[in-house]
Design a binder for this molecule. Structure first.
Ligand SMILES: NC(=O)c1ccc[n+]([C@@H]2O[C@H](COP(=O)([O-])OP(=O)(O)OC[C@H]3O[C@@H](n4cnc5c(N)ncnc54)[C@H](OP(=O)(O)O)[C@@H]3O)[C@@H](O)[C@H]2O)c1
Length: 225
């Protein structure tokens, strides 16, 4: 089945690679990015369509969805990939809470509002799916004191995944996944994995017929929250 798929933060890193792999599989991919110039360039490179979307801006999210509903009007898969990890000094006792707010705005409220705005379209799909790109840095039993803003945002994104699954899970498959430590601007050049490997599980969750529902995965296997 050819699917219509929205990917956030598609102009570089894992998001762009997810778009590339999905296009190669023959799907209609809407690569979104907050920079029109970078987004258009990436979309041209991978063969996706481009739309502007800044997930930290509620008005921008609503304007994007309004236009998308008018011009495309159908959606099978939403991949919430865009995220930030601000070099925040990493000390939980001193971190500026503005950094925490900004991180949660992008990494949690952005995906949440997009899901709210697109749920109706996803429910109309024969095989609707939501994939939240999370991180093992948010795993509740492994939380440590470094990168507190990012960790809390990913723990919250995992919680959001379960809560949305509770609401939509009978008609839309809702999962979170961790790409592993990947060589991107965020992961750094010392990371173990190439982007192709980092994108793999998200692409599988978006396209494979029988995938889990309401789970957290890495390398196509269910892992603990
Ligand atoms: N790399 C890793 O090792 C690793 C490990 C675990 C989880 N992850 C997760 O994997 C996902 C992708 O990470 P990555 O490594 O590819 O990161 P990246 O190279 O830093 O790319 C992040 C992407 O998100 C976009 N973005 C950030 N804020 C945005 C906003 N407000 N609106 C729209 N787009 C926004 C960026 O766009 P701009 O170019 O405009 O900034 C960029 O396209 C993230 O959810 C990350 O948390 C990554």
């Amino acid at each position: 089945m050819r699917k219509t798929i929205i990917v956030t933060g598609g102009n570089r890193g894992i998001g762009k690679e997810i778009c590339r792999q999905l296009v190669e599989l023959g799907h209609d991919v809407v690569l979104t990015a907050r920079s029109i110039e970078k987004g258009e360039e990436a979309a041209l490179e991978v063969g996706a369509k481009f739309r502007e979307l800044d997930v930290s801006n509620q008005e921008n999210i609503k304007a994007f969805v309004y236009k998308y509903k008018e011009e495309v009007g159908e959606l099978d898969v939403l991949i919430n990939n865009a995220a930030i990890m601000i070099s925040d000094g990493t000390d939980v006792l001193n971190i500026d809470l503005e950094v925490v707010r900004k991180t949660i705005d992008t990494n949690v409220y952005g995906p949440w509002l997009l899901i709210q705005e697109l749920a109706q379209l996803l429910e109309k799909s024969e095989d609707g799916r939501i994939i939240n790109i999370s991180s093992e840095m948010g795993v509740i039993d492994d939380l440590t004191s470094n990168h507190p803003a990012y960790r809390i945002s990913k723990t919250a994104l995992n919680a959001l995944t379960l809560i949305i699954h509770g609401k939509l899970g009978s008609s839309v498959k809702v999962n979170a996944m961790c790409p592993g430590w990947v060589r991107t601007d965020m992961g750094g050049s010392g990371a173990a994995r190439p982007v192709a490997k980092g994108a793999e599980t998200a692409v599988w969750l978006a396209t494979e017929r029988d995938v889990p529902n309401g789970k957290f995965l890495r390398d196509k296997r269910i892992i603990d929250w």
